[in-house]
Design a protein around this ligand. Sequence first.
Ligand SMILES: *Cc1c(COP(=O)(O)O)cnc(C)c1O
Length: 429
Amino acid sequence: MTPKNVPFGRDFVERLTDDHPTPFHIYDEAGIRATARDMASAFSWVPGGFRNYFAVKALPNPAIMQVVADEGMGFDCSSTAELTLCDYLETPGDLIMFTSNDTPLCEFAQAKELGAIINLDDYSHIDYLHEGIGMPRRICMRYNPGSLKEGNVIIGRPEEAKYGFTRDQIIEGYRRAAELGAQEFGLHTMVASNELNPDYFVETAALLFELAVEIREKTDVRIGFLNLGGGIGIPYRPDQDAVDLHYVSRGIRELYSQIIEPAGLDPMRIYMENGRCVTGPHGYLVTRVRHLKDTYKKYVGLDSSMANLMRPGMYGAYHHITVLGKEEAPATETYDVTGSLCENNDKFAIDRQLPRIDVDDYLVIHDTGAHGHSMGFNYNGKLRSAELLLREDGSVDLIRRAETLTDYFATLEIAELAAGRERAPVSSR
Ligand SMILES: *Cc1c(COP(=O)(O)O)cnc(C)c1O
């Protein structure tokens, strides 16, 4: 069980909307820091050192990235834009993991220039990299265990996944990279997403530990770091439990002494690249009720839409909803909670039990701190919302303004007309 509390109430939001009209995502700095510290403390035993590279795609905002960096995390990137964010923050190369796929040479070049750890997705990329920009001194490779490991619903079965090298390819890959001058080597895998079973991550570590030993035996390469990937899930539903990182850590520690130490691979650095579990639970989409509708079902129409949060429409994902000011009211009604897109899966919740809702109520949609705003889109001419950061001292910073019509039309010649149509960003009601 996970209590679904909101770190602010209706009064706070009413005051906030004087300056920041709904909808907006608001992130809780204290919560993000607490999660980051818990992860660091769970893995503080790792002899070579532990680091989580925060997967930037979860919440690509420099203000959030700064908080995460303050807590000692690096960044996991997979595009020019994400690398550019790291460049902007002057992130040292050791703290950038470039885990991409189907990668153009210019992105490898940018990663190399920043001194990032390049994590290759395919055997053919070894020579592609070598011929294009030269083999870096340090290189990592992504393993796809195929039928050796079960995936889960979001990523699918590993054999069906587009990512990574086969076992034979990766062993040959280290030989080839060493031949081309690489001297420092890492091994990576990532085969699940939003996984809540803690044993899953222990099994993934076992898989990589054993492969590192096999690589040592079959080649001259000594793996210096293991990257267990991301994918730690979060309890979106109140009846789910968070992954106990200390349990995961104990399991991995035991395997370390059983596999890594006897093989002479100690000290080994252990990395992860979680995004969702770091920021996901600490983001909230605050939105206001625009209309109530009573037809074959009861509908609550919000001033936000799928453009602000895709996950329910795209994956049927559950996101908990709190009605501010009615936190203790009994959930006597059944509603579909919708946005305004001309798309019937634009629903935040279907048949959700909620307290009786009135027009102008504020709804808080939980767990939007990862793959929320960042997955947003402009279909139907919808504009993406602002992002706010609730600081530890209770103050609030605007860390991304809301999109405007001018932004939407910026790539067209009618941009000027659009500028004339721009209305002051008063409440979108
Ligand atoms: C998306 C992704 C992550 C982060 O996944 P989370 O579910 O946010 O932890 C890490 N590594 C790679 C390669 C990814 O594609």
